[in-house]
Design a protein around this ligand. Structure first.
Ligand SMILES: NC(=O)c1ccc[n+]([C@@H]2O[C@H](COP(=O)([O-])OP(=O)(O)OC[C@H]3O[C@@H](n4cnc5c(N)ncnc54)[C@H](O)[C@@H]3O)[C@@H](O)[C@H]2O)c1
Length: 435
């Protein structure tokens, strides 16, 4: 590629100018990390409110640490804009736009729109990296042709690579820096320059032979997780019929030092990655081979059953206490999809509450991160987490074990405590029923 030596030098020395398209959880994280590593960064987003907030130095993106944003802003090297034209100045352009499902099908419109915009903007001798999660072939067969519509040629005028983001929101042990990066380029030069860029912000970089392999690796990771959660969810239902404690079973199996990795049952899978990403793979399998990706589809079915299964188990637990679900006061704790994270996307908790409401229960909830929730037939404002609210409930239903929920207090106050997450260590308290 023309200008390769200059690009390599600027990336090597972290003097390259970077433009990150999409300032969500993924884009802001990488933009901030690059600024902290010494690069000049422009963060571009179509959301003017988000850009205005970030430009004032406020962290307006849930899930990104305030300290990361202020550290980056304090360098004076990061700026935010709604105008993608700034990408014309960049040596490295990173695309971190959403890839949702619409009508159960992948929606690549944000990648396509970014690609069309960049086609006339790319500086000769630049590198483009796609980070959004997507099915294999997107970088080379969808993004590349769009980037070339402005007359520039991949490999001759710009380099193109794929590197999936793997952040686990709320994970205090593994963040952007110590989670290894996977990078695959259209050409070896693209892989090489992209890997050099990521080595400034990530400790370990694993290079792959192609973009397709890197795209597939990301989908394998999330599909692996989704399928294993389904396995243990189905096992939980089986264990309940045999009066076996599934948590004890998983704990025992996990003592095997090889060939086993523990996954835990719960009210369903949430967040916007694990429930969605495997659909990219099953959709592509159907499109390209006409066949079904049976394992993915079965696992999705099992996980989708879990909210109503949890509701059934609560009904059963009330029944064992001689109470009917109709009119029962159920105080649900935690409605976000994951502990200590304020994200409601695809959270299974709402479906559990809706199922209990449908059966006549009087449902209330508390979540430190969520002020109100609504479903098709129900609107609820958060109730206060008080001893009285715990004591008044016919059933306290622990759905998401945020750290504000003190197990001893819950056991002490609740008449009946249904623990959907094995968060209550006391195995002897008669008032505790576990999933
Ligand atoms: N959040 C995660 O935990 C996570 C982890 C790994 C991978 N991913 C993947 O990374 C991608 C981005 O995820 P996210 O969580 O950051 O999404 P997000 O929805 O939080 O943010 C995306 C941002 O892109 C902006 N945007 C949309 N179209 C744009 C365009 N054409 N130009 C400029 N900005 C545009 C939106 O306004 C939004 O601010 C997705 O493909 C997602 O699946 C997310």
């Amino acid at each position: 590629m023309r200008g390769l030596a200059r690009l390599q030098r600027s990336v090597d020395t972290a003097t390259c100018r970077v433009c990150v398209i999409g300032q969500g959880y993924v884009g802001l994280s990488v933009a901030a990390a690059a600024a902290i590593a010494g690069m000049r960064v422009d963060g571009v987003d179509v959301d003017a409110e988000r850009v205005a907030g970030l430009s004032q130095g406020r962290n307006v993106v849930p899930g990104v640490a305030d300290s990361l944003v202020s550290l980056a802003v304090d360098t004076g090297r990061i700026h935010f804009s709604t105008d993608a034209a700034i990408a014309a100045e960049a040596d490295v352009v990173i695309i971190c736009v959403p890839t949702p499902l619409v009508d159960h099908q992948p929606d690549l419109s944000a990648i396509e729109s970014a690609g069309r915009q960049l086609a006339t903007l790319l500086k000769p001798g630049s590198l483009v990296v796609l980070e959004s999660t997507t099915y294999p072939g997107t970088t080379e067969s969808v993004l590349r042709p769009l980037l070339e519509t402005g007359g520039r040629r991949c490999g001759r005028d710009f380099l193109l690579a794929y590197s999936p983001e793997r952040i686990d929101p709320g994970n205090v042990k593994f963040g952007l820096r110590n989670t290894p990066r996977v990078v695959g380029g259209v050409t070896p030069e693209a892989t090489d320059v992209a890997a050099t860029f990521y080595r400034h912000i990530v400790d370990d970089v694993e290079t792959l032979s192609s973009c397709r392999a890197a795209e597939m690796a990301k989908l394998l990771e999330n599909t692996f997780r989704m399928v294993n959660i389904a396995l243990v969810n189905e096992l939980a239902m089986l264990c309940a019929t045999q009066d076996i404690d599934v948590w004890e079973v998983v704990r025992a199996a996990a003592t095997k030092p090889f060939g086993f990795m523990p996954f835990y049952p719960g009210p369903g899978v949430g967040g916007h990655c694990i429930p969605l990403d495997p659909t990219y793979l099953s959709w592509q399998t159907r499109r390209d081979t006409g066949r079904r990706f049976h394992l993915v589809e079965m696992a999705q079915d099992i996980n989708e059953q879990m909210p109503s299964y949890v509701a059934d188990r609560v009904v059963e637990a009330l029944n064992d206490q001689g109470k009917s679900v109709k009119g029962a006061r159920i105080f649900a704790l935690g409605v976000t999809y994951k502990a200590n994270v304020g994200d409601m996307r695809e959270s299974a908790s709402l479906r559990v509450l809706a199922a209990l409401h449908k059966r006549g229960a009087k449902v209330t909830f508390h979540d430190p991160y969520v002020a109100s929730v609504s479903t098709k037939d129900m609107r609820l404002r958060r109730s206060a987490l008080t001893d009285r609210a715990l004591g008044d409930a016919d059933c306290v239903l622990l759905l998401t074990p945020h750290s504000v929920y003190d197990p001893a207090t819950l056991v002490d106050r609740a008449e009946l405590l249904f623990d959907a997450q094995n968060a209550i260590p006391s195995r002897t308290a008669p008032s505790v029923v576990r999933l």
